[in-house]
Design a protein around this ligand. Structure first.
Ligand SMILES: Cc1ncc(COP(=O)(O)O)c(C=O)c1O
Length: 414
């Protein structure tokens, strides 16, 4: 049972919802510190999907029979949950996609290719995940627009003073930024960027893949035009994400994928598009995954985003404190008050992949690599980092095992 507490969550109790924590890896219980890559799934989500497949499965929207109605109710119910989770003015503005990556590509292709031209400026940040960096770089390349990157300072925070210089490059048409950096955990000033973008007549595209699992989201308060999120990073299944977009923009945009479901009428002479959101949902969608996504939203909401944020802040402060005792550890990123539960680090003299290998022998799961942020790695002057990341089920003991593993890696390989 998910434990509803308003101020403090009980991670030990929540862990009983996740069968994986009973699993032994190399003879040890897994210390799962890779939730920024993907989260584990609670029984409630798995049960909801199994129950749906066993009792309500059919294709959606098409059938008049009872099972098809149940399936459609489940799928559209999940859309309502996503809409409410991000405080969308209308559920018609929520489009199910395969992932946050696909949501961001949808905007870059369907809005970018039709609205950008030479003389325009596309702005991203040094902190972008490749899925928010590369589609815009590509759209700029295809349309002749100028591609600009907001740099970071030494603490891994955006240098907003660079915006003046960026503005001198041309007509700013789009600003794309993540709300939380997946590599440094930096919480970015998206509202300020949106205000700056709007003053210049540009749109604001928010990559909330890393924020949605941990922080309260409100597209109206953020005042953005588009926002992308992903189910698998918030206790839901992989294979489904969502894009929220302002209705007038979505309505004006061309479709992204073409085929069944997204049409109103088809003939050899002319094909017309379905209404929102179906215009952007060609083909059979990830139906049971949508139901699982909805169940994950219920689970995370019941635990409480405030409690999750507070819990992760505690773990982050504890981790940084413990790492601070080790002079041969380099850590990257801003102070805990402007950062989510993500710690990127390096062990002096040992390659991150070797460190991760030693940690794996200890049953500690972390990520080593560029985390799909190669431009950021270049800025940090490293090829890779070790990344430990937390979620609602993370506990202090796992951090202790991380630190012990790092000491072992340094002693044996350093
Ligand atoms: C900040 C950020 N944006 C986008 C993505 C891509 O999300 P998805 O796996 O849903 O495509 C990730 C995944 O790591 C991410 O951390």
């Amino acid at each position: 049972m998910a434990v509803a507490t308003h101020s403090k969550l009980d991670a030990e109790r929540l862990r009983t919802d996740f069968a994986v924590f009973e699993e032994l890896v190399n003879g040890k219980p897994v210390a799962y510190l890779d939730s920024a890559a993907s989260t584990q799934k609670p029984r409630q989500v798995l049960d909801a999907m199994r129950d749906f497949y066993e009792h309500s499965y059919a294709n959606v929207h098409r059938g008049v029979y009872r099972l098809a109605e149940r399936a459609t109710t489940g799928y559209e119910g999940a859309r309502r949950k996503v809409a409410s989770y991000v405080n969308a003015p209308s559920e018609r503005e929520v489009i199910f996609t395969r992932s946050a990556t696909e949501a961001l590509n949808l905007v870059a292709y369907a809005w970018g290719l039709d609205n950008l031209e030479e003389g325009d400026v596309v702005v991203v940040t040094d902190l972008e995940h490749h899925s928010s960096f590369v589609p815009w770089q590509y759209a700029a390349g295809r349309t002749g627009a100028t591609f600009c990157v907001i740099p970071i300072d030494e603490g891994g925070e955006l240098r907003l003073d660079a915006l003046d210089e960026i503005e001198r490059q041309g007509n700013v048409k789009v600003v794309a930024s993540n709300l939380v950096s997946n590599t440094l955990g930096t919480v970015n000033p998206v509202q300020a960027l949106a205000a700056w973008a709007h003053e210049r007549g540009a749109i604001m595209v928010v990559d909330a893949a890393q924020a949605a699992p941990h922080r309260h989201l409100d597209v109206q308060a953020l005042d953005c035009e588009f926002l992308a999120l992903s189910s698998h990073k918030m206790c839901g299944p992989s294979g489904i994400g969502a894009l929220w977009g302002r209705r007038e923009l979505l309505e004006a945009m061309s479709p992204f994928n073409l085929g069944g479901e997204m049409i109103r009428s088809v003939s050899a002479e002319r094909t017309t598009w379905n209404e929102l959101p179906y215009k952007f949902e060609a083909g059979t969608p990830a139906i049971a995954e949508a139901v699982g996504f909805g169940a994950a939203i219920d689970y995370v909401s019941e635990v409480g985003l405030g409690a999750i944020e507070q819990h992760e802040r505690g773990l982050l402060e504890y981790t940084l404190g413990r790492l601070g005792e080790l002079p041969w550890i380099d850590t990257y990123g801003p102070p805990p008050e402007r950062r989510a539960g993500i710690v990127s680090l390096n062990v002096e003299g040992v390659h991150p992949h070797d460190v991760a290998q030693v940690l794996d022998w200890e049953g500690v799961a972390v990520r080593a690599g560029h985390h799909c942020t190669q431009p950021l790695m270049t800025k940090l002057g490293v090829s890779a980092t070790i990344r430990a990341s937390f979620y609602l089920y993370s506990i202090q003991e796992e951090v202790d095992r991380l630190v012990e593993g790092l000491v072992k890696a340094k002693t044996s390989l350093g």
